[in-house]
Design a protein around this ligand. Sequence first.
Ligand SMILES: [Zn+2]
Ligand SMILES: [Zn+2]
Length: 297
Amino acid sequence: MRSDKKKMEKQFGTKGAIFSLDAISAAEYVKDTQKEAAIYFAIKKTVGEVTKDKDENTVLPPKVARETFYSFKGKGKINKDDWKGAEIVPTYETLQTTPCKNCNGKGYVENKCRTCKGTGKIEEKLQVLTGEEQTKEEKPFSYSCGVCFGTGNNKEQCKDCGGYKNLYKYQILPVPFKTVVTGIPVLHSSAQTKYEKEIERDLHQMIEEVEGIKFSDFKDLEAKAEPSLGYWNKNIKKTINSAGSDHKSYSKDKEAQITTQIYLFPMIQMFCETKKGTKFEIYSLGSQNKFMIYSNF
Ligand SMILES: [Zn+2]
Ligand SMILES: [Zn+2]
């Protein structure tokens, strides 16, 4: 314990209490001691990694006007934490016109006029009665088709482009997020302590200064945890299981990378009471030589 006096002072100092080793180690104050364990490893996570997903839309012009576009041109990378919205968005710069293939960009398709069968003319016959005998004669009579205006063709609105001649294509691209690689500590502890986050953070900063039992493989830890600690309980078993599944899911996570070995720390939880009846707890993590200590003393 003495080798880490400074850190102890730091811990107790921040709690505004006067540091005294004797006060802590005095057996009469310690009402109960529980042996627990903690597992620590660190990961590196790439936050804001650009998704590979993208999409493309081809729509009629009125729909373009109802879409919301985004532009990041000349705006630099976006901080993912501050971004409110989807990860892939319609990108303004990709908007482009594509002439309708069905009508070749005319907006209509031409069909042979059914009224005049494509001739542009209506052919009829006139009855003419000639002379005193009123001899019946037929004379040809043709006139311009009123349906196609004499062109022989009818223009029909193109079904593909709705007469708009063009369709509009745009891409739905990933927001250009800043890529930030951060180190994240992961701690699992069998002691139910409110210092878990603090311990996690401190271990991350000074992992080499606290003595733990190192494993490079979780299966190895599972097998050797009990003999290494020299004690065992249900909570330790549970903690190892949950740390194991956590470790497994991080090793499968494409955005994460486990950057340290797995550390198993013996942990001692002391339940204390002063002569005046003030109750407090002490958590100690590490070996006799190198350890960290926390208390609400
Ligand atoms: Zn016609
Ligand atoms: Zn068309």
